[in-house]
Ligand binder design. Structure first.
Ligand SMILES: Nc1nc2c(ncn2[C@@H]2O[C@H](COP(=O)(O)OP(=O)(O)O)[C@@H](O)[C@H]2O)c(=O)[nH]1
Ligand SMILES: [Mg+2]
Length: 331
């Protein structure tokens, strides 16, 4: 879809291109953000602009904080699967134990805090797709590894941990939330409509761990008011295996993706392999872009089998697809 940008936008963009300092660049980008029309057709431009603003804000703050001990980007983890979900929470909450139970990764699990010092990725299967999970070091008032800010940027969602084996669970988890907010990482139920481009929002599932602890039930009751309905909640015990299937479903749900199989003309649909995934609400053209970047422009129409169409119906580029659809792209 073509985006009509007002002339003031192009003026601000010219200032951005000429700007020498990061601060001047950021000023120009913020002007562009204010001027940019916020509608469906400009979604891609909005997203690109938000990423630039957010990255530049990080960069300026990192420069202010002085030289870092470790090189930036030293923990770049290649993205894999239908989405990436980071584990965030206080020490000893069972983050590494959960990663070990859901994936093939072998993080160190120990009864003392700060065992995990670097990001540890693993892959899990959920709802027929693969999801990348990344275990991270704990976050407390005094302890925050700077690379957590970088790693969370490449994540699509988060699991926030609440330790039911510890009376201070809610307070510790609140500290994690607050510390991340300082780094402009906001944990949310869903991305807000009027979002702040300098903030990176992470759709979050709250996981209450150690449900097998003898005082877990009473601690959960006491935490109810704190939890309210801020996040979807799943109660788990890695020891007993409780809640793990529910958590996997919640991981799929929080990613907000739908599963689409493709089909070749004249051949039956092959739904045995892994589906493609793309954001819920994607159109035929947007889905084509998920399959291959070049296809988004090229695709002319599609035949669709699934909930939103009569079987095999030919639809246009703007037809909105549904989870589970089978699509034959026509280019
Ligand atoms: N009772 C119980 N203990 C658990 C459970 N999950 C983890 N733990 C224990 O909690 C401690 C911290 O676990 P770990 O995964 O290393 O926590 P992390 O610091 O959040 O990564 C270890 O002693 C684990 O054995 C659970 O479901 N039930
Ligand atoms: Mg750990």
């Amino acid at each position: 879809m073509a985006v009509n940008l007002p002339p003031q936008y192009h003026d601000a963009e010219a200032r951005y291109k000429k700007a020498q300092s990061a601060a001047d660049k950021l000023t120009a980008l913020r002007e562009m953000w204010v001027i940019l029309p916020k509608h469906k057709a400009s979604e891609k431009v909005q997203a690109a602009l938000k990423t630039k603003i957010s990255e530049l804000t990080d960069q300026i703050e990192q420069e202010k904080a002085g030289p870092k001990k470790s090189a930036p980007g030293s923990f770049k983890i290649p993205r894999q699967g239908a989405g990436t979900v980071v584990f965030l929470g206080p020490p000893n909450a069972g983050k590494s134990a959960l990663l070990a139970s859901l994936t093939n990764a072998k993080p160190e699990v120990a009864a003392y805090p700060f065992t995990t010092r670097e990001p540890i990725p693993g892959m899990t299967d959920t709802a027929g797709v693969k999801v990348q999970l990344i275990d991270l070091p704990p976050i407390t008032a005094d302890h925050y590894e700077h690379f957590v800010t970088d790693v969370t940027r490449s994540a699509d969602a988060a699991v926030l941990f609440l330790d039911l084996g510890n009376d201070d669970g809610p307070a510790e988890t609140q500290t994690t939330i607050d510390r991340l907010k300082n780094a402009r990482r906001e944990l949310v139920k869903a991305k807000p409509a009027d979002d702040d481009p300098t903030v990176y929002y992470l759709p979050t599932v709250l996981v209450a761990t150690k449900a097998d602890d003898e005082a877990a039930d009473i601690r959960l009751e006491m935490a109810r008011e704190w939890i309210a309905d801020r996040f979807p909640l799943v109660v788990v015990s890695v020891e007993r295996g409780d809640g793990l299937a529910e958590l996997k479903q919640a991981l799929f749900d929080v990613l907000g993706v739908m599963r689409i199989h493709t089909k070749q003309p004249g051949k039956p649909a092959d739904t045995t392999g892994a589906p493609f995934t793309c954001p819920v609400g994607s159109t035929v053209a947007e889905f084509a872009g998920c399959v291959h970047t070049d296809f988004e422009e090229k695709v002319k129409s599609a035949r669709v089998w699934g909930s939103g169409a009569t079987p095999g119906q030919t639809v246009g580029r703007d037809h909105v697809l549904h989870d589970g659809d089978v699509v034959e792209l026509q280019v």
